[in-house]
Design a protein around this ligand. Structure first.
Ligand SMILES: NC(=O)C1=CN([C@@H]2O[C@H](COP(=O)(O)OP(=O)(O)OC[C@H]3O[C@@H](n4cnc5c(N)ncnc54)[C@H](OP(=O)(O)O)[C@@H]3O)[C@@H](O)[C@H]2O)C=CC1
Ligand SMILES: N[C@@H](CC=O)C(=O)O
Length: 336
């Protein structure tokens, strides 16, 4: 049986979820990839912390030590642009496929990583960067004839959770944020969630995917939900409206216009009824019209779901191709 060796960069909410699902779904992964999927290395910031991992797994803070071993795929779920970007570059240069959940890094460097991956004959998966478990990247990539004209969505699970708890249970902002942290939805530094940057990064990744470019970042209005009080929420409820944090991008005669901001929506707006940690994205295209996808936008298992769907795609696509990638060579050798 072929074995595909995985390095997990990050073992927090998301990394641990990926590890657990690889263990719990071994049979399904085997059926899908015809291989045994094995986590053989884990990179963390504090390698001496107790992790309850088997002894044969290398636990380290050194990417060099990981890339010295015969890793085939790197799954990255660490925090922020650095050191994630240089680590993934090094992994690609070594011939590994990379799969990431890190939107702060990918919004900044997705293009470079994709180009580098093409040069090295490997793949980049980034479904988990945007809208948690919702297969929005895959959906956009499959629209090959349609021209996307507009994308509008709730892209931050933490913000939607906070706004929902304030509206439905009259929770104060800070109490709702504390719950979102406890549930693993909020970032290590939740400033990115509540100031709108997290949704902005996701919108830029959607822009790259749908329009093959991003607007000038300085032209995008970015406002978060920080500053919204329970009194504001009560006022909007009595006026018959709903406050939602909405990210929008549209193609206006070749120019991309984008914004990320809290908006007052009428109850019949498709995003008005999206509750809790759910995200929703409406894609508007020339042929198809409007399509809305909704589902969990953050959390351990929804994010692990997106990363593992990427894992299976990367392995399947690779095995179908005639390009002699590192992993394909490995599989041929193992299978004789
Ligand atoms: N939480 C969620 O719902 C989602 C998160 N994401 C993204 O996934 C990534 C991980 O998120 P999450 O799991 O919640 O984060 P956590 O804070 O729970 O975990 C982060 C992990 O990364 C490690 N780490 C952090 N900085 C470094 C560094 N400089 N070098 C090496 N390791 C480092 C930490 O090590 P140690 O354990 O030693 O501290 C930890 O294991 C982020 O980019 C986030 O934006 C994407 C979708 C959803
Ligand atoms: N902090 C993010 C996690 C998922 O991307 C969010 O709340 O949406």
């Amino acid at each position: 049986m072929a074995t595909i060796k995985i390095a997990l960069l990050g073992f927090g909410t998301v990394g641990r979820g990926v590890y657990e699902v690889i263990q719990s779904h071994q049979n399904t992964l085997y059926e899908q990839t015809d291989s045994h999927i094995e986590v053989s290395a884990v990179l963390v910031q504090h390698p001496n912390q107790q992790r309850e991992l088997p002894e044969h797994i290398l636990v380290t803070d050194s990417i060099e030590d990981i890339l010295k071993t015969d890793i085939h795929i790197v799954i990255e779920a660490i925090v922020g642009e650095n050191p994630a970007y240089p680590y993934l570059k090094q992994a690609i240069e070594k011939g590994c496929h990379v799969i990431t959940a890190n939107k702060a890094m990918f919004a900044n460097h997705g293009d470079e990583l994709n180009q580098l991956a093409t040069e090295h004959g490997v793949k980049v998966g980034y479904e988990a960067t945007t809208a948690g478990g919702i297969p929005i990247i895959r959906t956009l990539q499959q629209l090959r004839v349609n021209q996307v004209q507009r994308i509008e969505g709730i892209l931050n699970g933490t913000s939607n959770y906070i706004l929902s708890k304030m509206a439905d249970e009259q929770l104060e902002f800070d109490d709702a944020l504390a719950q979102a942290k406890e549930l693993g939805y909020a970032e290590a530094d939740p400033a990115n969630d509540i100031e709108g940057l997290d949704a902005f990064y996701k919108l830029m990744i959607l822009s790259d995917t749908a329009f093959s470019s991003q607007p000038d970042w300085s032209d995008v209005m970015i406002n978060g939900i920080k500053g919204i009080t329970l009194d504001h929420i009560k006022e909007t409820i009595s006026s018959g409206k709903v406050i939602k944090h909405v990210a929008t991008i549209q193609n206006e005669d070749g120019a991309l216009r984008a914004s990320v901001q809290p908006m007052l929506l009428s109850p019949d707006h498709p995003l008005a009824s999206i509750k809790g940690v759910d995200n929703a994205i409406t894609i508007d295209t020339d042929l198809l019209g409007k399509v809305t996808l909704q589902g969990p936008g953050a959390g351990r298992y929804p994010t692990a779901s997106a990363l593992l769907e990427d894992l299976v795609s990367v392995v399947k696509e690779e095995v179908q191709t005639s390009v002699p990638y590192r992993l394909q060579k490995h599989l041929q050798i193992v299978k004789g």
